[in-house]
Design a protein around this ligand. Structure first.
Ligand code: UDX
Length: 426
């Protein structure tokens, strides 16, 4: 099929490449000339394992093209995926201005029947709005369907997740739309749920919020485990082996970040408020997450005393490993706090570079931790897990490691002569 993907950000580019991989002819459209030129040249503007190879493969095979030509993009493709950003407004709600612009362009420029699919995370009721926006901007009243098909992939494992989804959710209102979507996906070996656009839109927010809830629950339990000297990983494992609970998203740490969980939980709360419903459990989850970095910092103070004038090595900036995304990353909260406390900060990240006159970033872990009063791990990069910590113990002023991701081998680290403090990971 001929598929247009509007928006070549993280989700849009991955979606476009997966469709190309599945044998469709794909056009990636964006208003950002720079992004399009880079993609045409086979260069990704973000870091994601395996995607650049896939991009070059499909550019060579001519299954995918990238363009800034909105008119041609819309007119040459029957299936149009909207993958533009839905940034968070100050009140926590999702800003739909880019979705609206795309919908109105489709209405104005369409030259025949179109299936318009929203993949961006959008509030419940957006499919209806998109339907209206297209209708009011139409010059000729061609038929169209609006579909919701949310994306569940994770940064850092986007390719794997997109190729092996736990499920596909398709929300539509007509038989024709469901049929078109079945043609897009072909025969699939994973669960395929057909529902209404409203339910589909809510599923995305509800799933992300539930995962955030799981993390905040284990993080709060970790505080209790710390008091009781219990290893929270054992507790998580013991709980998770119950299939009704599941082991994933029960890793305690310094808190969740990224472009999805913080934004989506807020957006769901905001939407519920609008309908007079209070999702109090989500409010608590947000609160636990906001305080979790300070919980770890408080531990640091208990061991080091006043932090003023101390040197702290921060390992990891990205909100999780295998991505260069620092949106809502716990590291940023930590850095901000430590700077205000008068701490001398040294930083390392394998892929993210932050330039600031307030701290220095180093190329190697070794340089970063040399002469530090303590090390704080904010991201579970394999570079830190696999690091030969025993070789640098003598270079650290105080061999103390605060592991905000419980990602090091605590026993081995302690055996090497370090003081090790995880999050309820004794
Ligand atoms: C998330 C959802 O998982 C994905 O389905 C959705 O499409 C987009 O949002 P992503 O934001 O890429 O994906 O990252 P994810 O792997 O979910 O991690 C989010 C944050 O939670 C990270 O900061 C991570 O470190 C943290 N986390 C995750 C924990 O603290 N503990 C866990 O057990 C799992």
């Amino acid at each position: 099929m001929d598929i247009l993907v509007v928006g070549t950000g993280y989700v849009g580019t991955t979606t476009a490449l997966i469709f190309a991989e599945q044998g469709h002819r794909v056009t990636g459209l964006d208003v950002d000339t720079n992004k399009i030129e880079n993609l045409q040249a086979g260069k990704l503007h973000f870091y994601e394992t395996g995607l650049e190879e896939l991009l070059n493969k499909h550019l060579q095979q001519k299954n995918i093209v990238f363009t800034t030509n909105v008119e041609k993009g819309i007119q040459n493709n029957e299936i149009i995926y909207i993958c533009v950003g839905t940034p968070q407004k100050e009140d926590g709600s999702a800003n739909l201005i880019y979705v609206e612009q795309v919908a109105k362009s489709i209405g104005k420029l369409m030259n025949g029947y179109k299936t318009v699919v929203t993949k961006s995370t959008v509030p419940v009721g957006t499919a209806e709005k998109v339907t209206e926006w297209i209708k009011e901007s139409q010059i000729t009243p061609y038929e169209y369907d609006v579909v919701s098909n949310p994306e569940f992939l994770r940064e850092g494992s986007a390719l794997y997740d997109a190729l092996h989804p736990d499920r596909i959710v398709v929300g539509a209102l007509t038989k024709r739309a469901f049929q078109k979507m079945r043609e897009v996906f072909g025969a699939v070996s994973f669960p395929y749920l057909e529902t209404t656009p409203r339910a589909s839109e809510l599923i995305k927010y509800a799933a992300n919020s539930f995962l955030a809830l799981k993390i905040s629950y284990i993080n709060e339990l970790a505080r209790l485990c710390d008091r009781l000297n219990i290893n929270v990983r054992d507790v998580a494992k013991g709980m998770g082996l119950d299939k009704r609970i599941g082991t994933s998203f029960l890793e305690a740490g310094i808190g969740y970040g990224g472009s999805c969980f913080p934004k989506d939980v807020n957006a769901l709360l905001d939407a519920a408020n609008q309908y007079g419903v209070t999702l109090s459990i989500l409010k608590s989850a947000i609160n636990v997450n906001k305080t979790q970095p300070f919980y770890v910092l408080e531990k640091m103070k208990q061991v080091l005393g006043s932090l003023k004038g101390k040197t702290i090595a921060i390992l990891g900036l990205s909100f999780k490993a295998n991505t260069d995304d620092i949106r809502e990353a716990s590291s940023l909260i930590v850095i901000d706090y430590l700077l205000k406390e008068g701490v001398n900060i040294k930083i390392h990240d394998p892929v993210v570079t932050l330039s600031s006159s307030c701290f220095k970033q180093y190329e190697t872990v070794e340089e970063t931790v040399t002469n530090a009063d303590a090390v704080l791990i904010c991201t579970d990069w394999s570079q830190y897990k696999d690091f030969a910590w025993e070789t640098i113990k003598d270079k650290i002023a105080n061999p103390i490691i605060f592991d905000g991701r419980n990602c090091l081998n605590a026993e081995k680290i302690k055996h090497s002569g370090f003081i090790y403090r995880g999050v309820a990971y004794p």
